[in-house]
Design a protein around this ligand. Structure first.
Ligand SMILES: [Mg+2]
Ligand SMILES: [Zn+2]
Length: 227
């Protein structure tokens, strides 16, 4: 299989927190509202004692649902978009590359933040939220399939398996260890931060980026060298 296999449709799976955005929004929200006990839950999640699903679910359960307006508006206003993202969306459209967001983030900040870009709603995968009870409850509409036992919450590899490798050239863009399983399935990996470290440790081919301009440049280079 070559990188320029024209019989396959190119598809991008792009992470949100720390990839499309500069910062990690879930931790920023929890830190800002600072509910009693969040630090130990965060530590136990980072150390993988808790799954991402258990960790994120319990972190938000520390916040009363009555704080909805404050939590939502902080979540949206806290986001900073990484340079070149709008240009990358336009580039994908021009190059006929399918663009999907695969985010472990929550609907109440992911959708509003992405609404300024031309991304169809059904190309955005993230977790949900329910403010109707006493506490904020995170909902998990995209759980792990039978091939994944990580209890991801929003399972990136499950989404990727919906786009089989014999039909798609799968490209993943991400920044953290939670993107690594997807990176293993992908034909091409664009990485920054912890994902780069992990790819290096385990010898997985990857291209480092800092802005989306870097990814456009790398993709153009590859087209040139393969044509
Ligand atoms: Mg991330
Ligand atoms: Zn999973």
């Amino acid at each position: 299989m070559t990188k320029s296999d024209t019989s396959k449709r190119r598809i991008v799976f792009c992470d949100f927190d720390g990839t499309i955005t500069i910062n990690d929004n879930i931790i920023a929200i929890i830190k800002h509202f600072n509910p009693e006990g969040w630090e130990s839950l965060a530590e136990r999640t980072i150390s993988t004692e808790l799954s991402i699903k258990e960790g994120v679910g319990s972190l938000f359960r520390l916040l009363p649902a009555s704080m909805k307006d404050d939590v939502v508006s902080f979540g949206i206003s806290n986001v900073r978009i990484r340079d070149g993202f709008a240009e990358f969306i336009a580039y994908c459209r021009e190059q006929n590359i399918d663009f999907y967001v695969t985010s472990g983030g929550i609907d109440f900040f992911v959708y509003p933040v992405l609404s300024q870009f031309e991304i169809p709603q059904d190309h955005i995968y993230c977790n949900g939220s329910d403010f109707s009870g006493e506490r904020i409850e995170i909902l998990w509409p995209h759980p792990c399939d039978g091939h994944c036992t990580n209890d991801c919450g929003m399972c990136k590899t499950t989404i990727m398996r919906g786009f089989p490798e014999d039909q798609y050239e799968r490209i993943i863009i991400g920044d953290s260890v939670t993107d690594f399983e997807g990176a293993k399935l992908a034909d091409k990996v664009y990485s920054r931060s912890h994902l780069t470290t992990k790819c290096k440790e385990l010898g997985l081919p990857h291209t480092e980026f800092e802005t989306f301009h870097d990814i456009i440049a790398a993709m153009n280079e590859e087209r040139k060298s393969s044509s």
